[in-house]
Design a protein. Structure first.
Length: 147
């Protein structure tokens, strides 16, 4: 069975805006706007299929409420993943000024490749635990800050 992918708040907002645009276009065509012009050639059934597809995508990608016991398990797993992800992560100073730190771009690329599955899992968990916080799934907050 395919694991459900939780969309970020920004992705959900974008899909909802796209759906609203399609619905307003559909209403305009139904009201007769553009009759006798190229507007008359708009395929209303295709617009309806697109709106239906967006509805399914929004519904499938929206986080659902989870029971407290499952939230505790997810939070514990997120902590494990955070510890795993932080191993070998270049710090913020290195990433802000890569010219001063030879090889940091390669190290970051290799670190990202090694941890890509853990990062994706962490992001999905955090989107489920904190659905209203767009920055909850960001891993950049883990980078050590060197002053």
């Amino acid at each position: 069975m395919k694991q459900k992918q939780i969309l970020s708040p920004g992705e959900l907002t974008s899909l909802k805006e796209e759906k609203q645009e399609l619905e307003s276009t559909l209403r305009a065509v139904d009201d007769g706007v553009g009759a006798g012009t190229i507007g008359a050639q708009i395929d209303k059934s295709a617009l309806k299929r697109q709106v239906s597809h967006l509805d399914r995508t929004i519904k499938d990608g929206s986080p659902v409420s989870v029971k407290p016991i499952i939230k505790d398990r997810l939070a514990a797993r997120a902590d494990e993943l955070r510890e795993q992800i932080m191993v070998g992560m270049p710090n913020s100073d290195e990433m802000r000024r890569p010219a001063r730190h030879p090889g940091v771009v390669r190290r970051n690329f290799e670190w990202n490749r090694r941890n890509s599955k853990a990062i994706a899992e962490y992001k999905q968990i955090m989107r489920q635990l904190e659905p209203g916080d767009p920055s909850a799934s960001s891993i950049e907050k883990f980078r050590r800050v060197i002053k």
